[in-house]
Write a protein that binds this ligand. Sequence first.
Ligand code: NAP
Length: 288
Amino acid sequence: MQILDGKALSIKIKNQIKEEVSRKKDSGASIPHLCAILVGNDPASETYVRNKIKSCEEIGFKSSLFRYESSISEAELLHQIDVINNDPDIHGLLVQLPLPKHIDVSKVVEKIDYRKDVDGFHPMNIGRMAKNLPCALPATPYGILKILEEYNIETKGKNCVVVGRSQIVGSPISILMSRPAYPGNATVTVCHSHTIDLASYTRKADIIIAAVGIPQLIKADMVKEGAVIIDVGMNRIDDASKKSGFRLVGDVDFNEVKDKCSYITPVPGGVGPMTIACLLLNTLQATN
Ligand code: NAP
């Protein structure tokens, strides 16, 4: 079994972007500028946004953080997005999710200028992705493609089972894995909470992409010998031996599955770090 080291790959990509930013500086070209909007003070969202801003600083991007109280009205938030859409100095804009219940997420996502939508969630980008046209890919699926590419994993003609069909991971990665390109050209099955006998699908899979949010759902007896395992899950479970009182585990039971598969992404250190790296790649692309 070989570990698919997303952390190492994310560092490699960030270094490549850093060099590109340096070249831009030397030539007087625009420096990529990522803007994040954070509404409220959800601790997980705070951490995600902090990490994104920190990554921008590490590689020489400009960054801005606009913070609003959770009481901000939908109309006011949409207005602020418009202001950023019209600011030529800002190339990428993300609105950290989730948003307070009184704000319609779809309206917010659709308000972002799709050319600045570095999360790749705008219907224009999703549509272009489905048509295999150049676009900003959703960052987590983009990260999965980058991992498969880096390790030269064959996907053509393979049985790929995606567990989960969310708008941000499961659904887009299922489209990408079946598109006529590399990585892609796989025969894709999408499983979800209404799937009957999940194991009967995963056991036939050459590639399993698990994006469910249930700790260690995928066990060894659900996996074919030699399968490639991409574990997107990031779940906190109690662990009294840790100072924090918890540890992160994936949707796959790593200890059980590791001796049966050919490749596996660890949690943490697999898909997670690639998500930020690909967000930065999208921002660089939005600047060019
Ligand atoms: P989500 O929006 O909650 O979607 C979960 C999906 O799993 C849904 O489609 C759901 O089906 C399906 N599901 C639930 N129970 C199932 C079961 N027993 N069998 C088969 N499918 C089942 O989650 P998400 O946003 O995609 O995130 C999934 C996991 O990935 C979470 O742990 C999250 O923290 C992690 N994540 C990691 C990254 C990263 O950067 N590494 C990024 C995003 C998310 P229904 O559609 O029928 O409800």
